[in-house]
Design a protein around this ligand. Structure first.
Ligand code: DOR
Ligand code: ZN
Ligand code: ZN
Length: 378
């Protein structure tokens, strides 16, 4: 494949840990890790401490982000039974609502029908609802999408029966979409014995048949590749009660390019999964004059030594991959080149722009005519 020019990648599922978990990751380290990996826009999850459940918290977090981000960042609002009255007021500051139907890291959880229905009634119709739903919770989400006739996006689908149910729902024309993580595509439960707590996340790693089912649906049912970058420190992961979650921003593109190299998907599909569909599903603005230059034939082993994520480890250490990001241009400016970060903190934009971020609105107004030209191979 030699050199590739890709559009800026979009990761719709990242945990940046602000507020309250800055020792694991912050807006500067997380967005630097993303940028060095060809990702120019990310959507950050609300299971922070405290979680993003009120407009005040969302505004405060956006303020911190605005000073630190190297790429464009949107925040999810988090659904919680105690803060239902704040939901609608969160919407202007959020790209989407996240509802956690199953147990995972952090306190956010909605597992009763009245609260779920209240979320669907109160969250503005024009904005997406995303769900952490495992097993039969996927059926609950599909039922709500059908009953309320509004789009639902399923995060990190990992099991055969889940992807088959989503395929069936799509076949019926229901407004559902889904993402899959690289760790659920490239690791199985057999890797847990070697990885120990570094192989623990929610959903947990699945069996070989599940992984095969995901790959079988890569060209149709799966809409996005999303990292679920969930950094925790090594000390936390090696503690008596390790939190679930693995980092993924820096391994995502090389793993997916390796799959292209192996003939498991083609490069056009990779662009659908990592750029076009994420943008369409979350209604994100285009980034004009933005591109990622990749040496697609560079082969190497993933190593924790060069990571920019604050947590400093990866479950993919030692994995042989193809594809290295050489240069990233964001809105016409070279922001990353040959291992060097050339952007300044705060140069990324918040998504969506709000009237409180008037400066951003002006800038966006100036160059909104996108002259994006993308070529996928040379
Ligand atoms: O493994 C996980 N970790 N799954 C999630 O859904 C949350 C995440 C985290 O925030 O650490
Ligand atoms: Zn989740
Ligand atoms: Zn997550």
């Amino acid at each position: 494949m030699a050199d590739l020019i890709l559009p800026g990648l979009v990761d719709v599922h990242t945990h940046l840990r602000v507020p309250g978990g800055e020792h694991k990751e912050d807006f500067a380290t997380g967005t630097a890790a993303a940028l060095a990996s060809g990702i120019t826009a990310i959507l950050a999850m609300p299971n922070t401490s405290p979680p993003l459940t009120t407009p005040q918290r969302m505004q405060e977090t956006r303020k911190v982000a605005a000073e630190q981000i190297y790429i464009d960042v949107g925040l999810f609002a988090g659904a919680s039974p105690e803060y239902l009255d704040d939901l609608a007021a969160c919407a202007p500051y959020a790209v989407a609502l996240k509802i956690y139907l199953n147990d995972t890291f952090g306190p956010l959880r909605v597992d009763d029908l009245p609260t779920l229905e209240a979320c669907f009634q109160r969250w503005p119709a024009g904005k997406l609802i995303a769900m952490h739903a495992e097993g039969q919770s996927v059926a609950v989400g599909i039922g709500l999408a059908a009953a309320y006739d509004r789009p639902v996006h399923f995060c990190h689908i990992s099991r055969r029966e889940e992807i088959e149910l989503i395929a069936a729902a799509k076949g019926r024309g229901l407004p559902v979409t889904c993402e899959v993580t690289p760790h659920h595509l490239f690791l199985t439960e057999d890797d847990v014995s070697q990885l120990g707590p570094l192989g623990d996340m929610r959903p947990t790693l699945a069996n070989k048949q599940d992984v095969e089912a995901l790959w079988a649906h890569i060209d149709d049912t799966i809409d996005c590749i999303a990292t679920d970058h969930a950094p925790h420190t090594l000390a936390e992961k090696n503690s008596a009660k390790p939190p679930p979650g693995v980092p993924g921003l820096e391994s995502s593109l090389p793993l997916m390019l390796t799959a292209v190299h192996q003939g498991r998907l083609d490069i056009e599909r990779l662009v659908d999964l990592m750029v076009t569909n994420p943008r369409d599903i979350f209604d994100l603005p285009d980034q004009s004059d933005t591109m990622v230059e990749v040496d697609a034939d560079a082969s190497y082993r993933i190593s924790a030594d060069i990571l920019r994520t604050k947590c400093g480890w990866t479950p993919f250490a030692g994995q042989a991959v193809y594809g290295r990001v050489k240069r990233v241009i964001l809105r016409g400016i070279v922001v990353y080149e040959e291992g060097q970060l050339l952007a300044s903190p705060g140069s990324g934009r918040l998504l969506p722009p709000t009237s409180n971020d008037s400066q951003q609105l002006m800038i966006i107004g100036n160059d909104s005519k996108s002259s994006e030209e993308t070529s996928y191979g040379t």
